[in-house]
Design a protein around this ligand. Structure first.
Ligand SMILES: *Cc1c(COP(=O)(O)O)cnc(C)c1O
Length: 360
């Protein structure tokens, strides 16, 4: 080993992104495969976004606007909040890492339900924090247990709502009860990467919670619903003092120019995007109904994926799906997460699943 990496980094596993469809097809000698593993939008962004990015491509010799001032202003108008309450980041995972860098010292505790988004333990490891993982109950958050896990060492509580990978969700009133039990110098981060896919009324932490509780931080993204995953553009709505700390640890120009252009265009095209989201939600509901009709037991799905809590069966089933060209996301020993794709992709998943396994 060259150099002396920090012990906490040396001990970390490398990030392993899911297999692409092409890699899986290659590996298993198939003509083609489908990737339903990363919760991406299967549809390209709406044409006005593509056109805006194409038109801006010639400007990339200059640095973009580090502060993304125009985007912050547009988000503020869109969300009806003050612009000082908006931070932009290199994806919402970038903002999450900024939160850790700004707020978490070594050995500080970070509390989150588990299983949840796999970026959280990575940031725990990078900052040498102490993870306090609170087990889910029936695939859903146990918010009483989350509140009880908070100690004087806790700096952050992180809730993915809807949760990844289980797709379960909680109402803002439940989050409020949690926040009321947490000291007000602990940040409660509500990661709403999938908010746009929610079709039941869960309330809005920005307008229902933040006015009373400035320690609530909301993270959102253009990656999933708006189909801009590759451009890396996320945003936070938070107290202006939290935004100021986040901005200090933002890598210069990490919110790149094309990401800013695309996000502005996405706000303009929000109505068109809603039509795409509606198609995905209808497909999600169709897939859930089909799986239940086949006898599979799965929680209500609030995001753009479904969760099969297969436990020990996961490890045997996952490779069978991949061998037949359906790449999904396994959580070894726990379950399989399947992203909602196009209707044809979803049909292929359902057919392949029925071929390799029966429910029960
Ligand atoms: C996909 C995902 C994100 C991702 O976001 P980017 O904005 O692309 O960085 C954040 N949180 C959760 C829970 C996710 O599943």
């Amino acid at each position: 080993m060259v150099g002396r990496p920090r012990a906490t980094v040396a001990a970390m596993a490398s990030y392993r992104p899911g297999k692409s469809a092409a890699q899986a097809a290659d590996e298993h000698g198939l003509d083609e495969a489908v990737k339903l593993a990363s919760n991406e939008n299967p549809y390209p962004p709406v044409p006005s976004i593509v056109a805006a990015v194409a038109a801006a491509a010639g400007d990339v010799n200059r640095y973009g606007d580090h502060r993304a001032a125009e985007l912050r202003a547009a988000l503020a108008g869109w969300l009806d909040v003050d612009a000082e309450r908006i931070a932009c980041g290199c994806g919402s995972v970038g903002l999450l890492q900024q939160l850790f860098l700004a707020y978490v010292d070594p050995a500080d505790e970070v509390v989150y339900p588990w299983p949840s988004f796999e970026a959280y333990p990575v940031d725990v490891a990078i900052t040498a924090a102490t993870e306090v993982a609170v087990p889910l109950v029936d695939e859903a958050f146990d918010l009483d247990a989350v509140a009880e896990a908070v100690t004087p060492r806790t700096k952050l509580v992180v809730l993915a709502n809807p949760n990844n990978p289980t797709g379960t969700a909680v109402h803002v009133d439940d989050v409020r009860r949690l926040v009321e039990r947490v000291p007000d110098d602990v940040l409660v981060v509500v990661d709403e990467a999938y908010r746009e896919f929610v079709t039941t009324d869960l309330g809005d932490p920005v307008h229902d919670l933040q006015p009373d509780h400035p320690n609530v931080v909301v993270l959102r993204t253009f990656s999933k619903a708006y189909g801009l995953a590759a451009l890396r553009t996320g945003y936070a709505i938070a107290d202006s003092t939290v935004v100021a700390e986040l901005d200090k640890v933002l890598i210069p120009f990490a919110v790149n120019h094309l990401a800013q252009v695309a996000s502005l265009a996405a706000i303009e095209a929000a109505d068109e995007a809603r039509a795409v989201i509606g198609r995905l939600v209808a497909e999600r509901d169709r897939v859930v109904a089909a799986l239940r009709a086949d006898g599979w037991n799965l929680p209500d799905a609030h995001a753009n994926f479904v969760w099969l809590p297969l436990g020990e069966r996961t490890d045997a089933l996952y490779p069978e799906l991949e061998r037949r060209g359906v790449v999904v996301r396994p959580f070894p020993g726990v379950g399989i997460r399947v992203t909602i794709g196009t209707p044809a992709e979803n049909d292929r998943f359902l057919a392949v699943l029925a071929e390799v396994a029966t429910a029960g």
